[in-house]
Design a protein around this ligand. Structure first.
Ligand code: ZN
Length: 416
């Protein structure tokens, strides 16, 4: 088992993702991992770490996106609060204006009443002066004494006293009215002060809410920038862009001749099921990678495929895996391989009657390289669930006829 593949498998079982480095290590060394994974060569040399870093960037970007949504919700709530406060202040201003009008009316009533008191007091003063005049000139005495009888004298005295009592009562009533009007004015003024204080508080709340809104808006912009930054970082180190950047598939051995095609051996060879392509070539002929991709496994068994290997390559939306059999030996390669790079050599190990490359091709419809890597790491199945004799369902995974993939026919000589 390849070293990185086993790490990927083990970590996949333990933590559910192919991580060899924790998120904390990534967040503390963003520049380091960005540098490591931005360059194709170092990305390929650190495939599992860079894949985990890519996952880390994706989850950070999603977290930033969610934080922005949450902050937007808070801003919406604050806007609702501000709208409610503005309405309350408008209602308050109407109330304050009503109180001011009531105060003005009360003040007008006080002014009128005070004027009445003044006039009455002047009238009383006039009467007193008149009475004194009577007194001084003995006119009051003359007036009273002019009574023809004692009875008439008392009636006249009573009349003078009644006029004085009535005048005093009117002044007292007006003073009472003034007092109650002044109390009413004081109540209205304190009510107005309370309303004005409430309005000040509401204005202050709006100021506080607006400044909180500005803070939240700045936070949201920061989250937006964070999200955009992670997106940019992700675009810079997309595993599929780096590994599957080759176009099309090239034939792994382009010399010798086609000794058998899919799906049956030739009648001359005895017929029977044959799930791939045989290219007869000299032992030691280089086998080259059909595209940029990853080496999934190499293995040796006493029978069957002998020395064999499996590679994976993403082309467009689909990923292709290649199974190579009967190799004489493997080339020394890393986890990732380039199109045209020698990955092994033709031989005749396993069930073989002469040196040739046995080639099978599987197409994984709409699966990324990472998905196929994970599937293989989980199952270690070189046939991807199809067994030896099934062509499979091409809606998901199926064997392709390699001679059709490369436009070859049985018996054809290859140019190399
Ligand atoms: Zn074969």
């Amino acid at each position: 088992m390849k070293k990185w593949l086993s790490k990927l498998l083990i970590m996949g079982i333990i933590v559910g993702m192919p991580v060899g480095v924790s998120a904390n290590d990534f967040s503390g060394n963003m520049a380091h991992y960005q540098e490591l994974c931005n360059r194709r060569s170092s990305f390929q040399a650190n495939l599992s770490t860079c894949t985990a870093f890519e996952n880390f960037l994706r989850s950070e970007r999603d977290a930033a996106r969610q934080a922005r949504v949450d902050i937007q919700g808070q801003i919406n709530q604050i806007n609702n609060d501000i709208t409610a406060l503005v309405n309350a202040i408008q209602q308050n201003e109407i109330l304050i204006e009503q109180k001011r009008q009531e105060i003005a009316q009360t003040e007008e009533q006080i002014r009128i009443t005070e004027q009445q008191i003044l006039e009455l007091e002047q009238e009383i003063a006039g009467r007193i002066a008149l009475a004194q005049e009577f007194h001084n000139d003995n006119m009051l005495i003359d007036f009273v004494m002019s009574a023809d009888s004692l009875e008439q004298f008392f009636i006249k005295m009573e009349g003078v006293q009644a006029i004085n009592r009535s005048n005093n009562q009117a002044v007292n009533d007006l003073n009472d009215l003034t007092l109650s009007l002044e109390q009413k004015r004081a109540t209205l003024q304190s009510e107005t002060i309370a309303l004005e204080q409430l309005q000040q508080q509401q204005n202050q709340m709006i100021i506080d809410l607006r400044s909180r809104e500005v803070q939240l808006f700045e936070q949201m912009q920061a989250e937006q920038r964070r999200q955009a930054q992670f997106n940019t970082n992700l675009q810079n180190i997309n595993i599929n862009d780096i590994i599957a950047s080759s176009n099309g598939l090239t034939i792994p051995v382009n010399t010798g001749w086609i000794s058998s095609i899919a799906w049956f051996y030739p009648a001359s060879f005895g017929g029977g099921w044959h799930p791939g392509l045989d290219i007869a070539a000299n032992t030691g002929t280089p086998i080259t990678s059909p595209a940029n991709g990853v080496l999934l496994m190499t293995g040796s068994v006493g029978g069957g495929y002998g020395n064999h290997m499996v590679t994976a390559h993403q082309i467009g939306n689909d990923t292709y895996t290649f199974l190579y059999g009967h190799l004489s030996r493997f080339a020394r390669v890393g986890d990732t391989i380039q199109q045209g790079q020698t990955i092994g050599f033709v031989g005749s190990t396993g069930f073989s009657t002469g040196p040739h490359l046995h080639l099978e091709i599987f197409r994984h419809r709409n699966q990324s390289l990472e998905q196929v890597i994970n599937t293989f790491a989980a199952n270690r199945d070189i046939w991807f669930g199809l067994g030896y004799t099934s062509r499979g369902n091409c809606a998901t995974v199926c064997r392709l006829a390699p001679h059709e993939t490369f436009g070859l026919r049985f018996g054809q000589r290859l140019p190399g």
